[in-house]
Design a protein around this ligand. Sequence first.
Ligand code: GUN
Ligand code: ZN
Length: 457
Amino acid sequence: MSGTRVLYRARAFDTPDDPFDPATAGPGFRHDDDLGLLVSDDGVIRARGPFAAVAAAHRDAAVIDLRAGLLLPGLVDTHVHFPQVRVIGALGMPLLEWLDRCALPEEQHLASPSYAATIAGEFVAGLVSAGTTTSLVFGSHFAPAVDALLAEAERYGLRMTSGLVVSDRMLPDPLLTTPQRAYDEALALASRWHGRERLRYAVTPRFSLSASDPVLAACRAVLDSVDGACFTSHVNENNAEVATVAGQFPDRAHYVDTYDHHALLGSFAVLAHNVHPTDPELAVMAARGTAVAYCPTSNAALGSGMFPLTRHLAAGVRVALGSDVGAGTGFSIFKEGLQAYFLQHLMGDQGMPLGAGHLLHLATAAGAAALGLGDTVGDLSEGKQFDALLLRPPPGTALDIGLRHAETPEAALGKVFALASDADVADVWVGGEQIASGGFVRPVTPRAPAGRRTPAG
Ligand code: GUN
Ligand code: ZN
């Protein structure tokens, strides 16, 4: 064990057991009023227990008292688009029109490395401000822009998986590539970033609608060349999209098969949306261990449809949350949790009733598991990395009042999902390093230019 150790004292919630598993006893989350977490200087939680007991066993550790707030595992966003930070909030359009009119014009601007660097700064600050410590990020179609994103993520010490977005049809010309170029640029990017600090590479065809078989085959070739790389794309988001893909791939059984045909699905893969799956598609995803990013604000904003969470869980498909910025309405995974609760509730018999423990699980441990990081992060157990956020609502706000008067832990956690926003995320740690304090985000690595501060609210 390393030398320096810090003992955090906090009121904490996490979900080491899956509340969707019928074997998990209620309320489906773990709550500790006065928890001690001993963290070594490599960021690992070395001891956990009642504060008094951990303090007595480790009298040399410096104590940091966080009881003014509420400690949660760092949030996990399993689907968020780097180049779309400036298009959040364009309402009233279905997917394909929104892509044409909003997302794709903006994404072309990232051909400029200086513009891409500016967007990378805005994007990473958006994640940190929201308390998102781990993310699977849809990168850019331009390799230098992906470099800018990953450099910025590294500067802040974020846990991020991302890569070059590739397409060879149906998009504006500047966003198109060829199978060979897609392969070469991906390999060059992966050689620079995959496995460095807390970063990993994600092979990322935009969606089958814009990626021909040769590009999808090139994606498989990248996976073969980059050990431990992830895969991500979109699937079954919108009915017009699904119909177009069916016409483009007459020889495939269904949309999921357009990826599965090239062996792109596995436990290393996350597909976003899947609002309109057939049962055979769910069966393939379950068999491959592929997870789905449920993006409730995006599904509602684009009118994509109601996500069949019950059917996914019944089929054995793993599900976590994605903000889907910029079709989604912001970086907050708390908001995605609340929106999931609303929409599942509104689905009546077809919906999955969600309690506060389900929401915390979807926002943290389920995301970590979907990204293959379940042994590293997702809850505050001994042996995990200390990735965490401290909620400290400004005095007098509804969340502050609610938390002070909540009669049960379940009521308190419900108030977190109903009311918490970026403004309440005070402190953020990744791997034991503090990357936001008092609501201000800051880089942690030696490469950081001195003195940069970005307001978190
Ligand atoms: N499908 C293909 N590209 C996109 C995108 O940028 N956003 C969403 N929501 N769906 C997509
Ligand atoms: Zn998306």
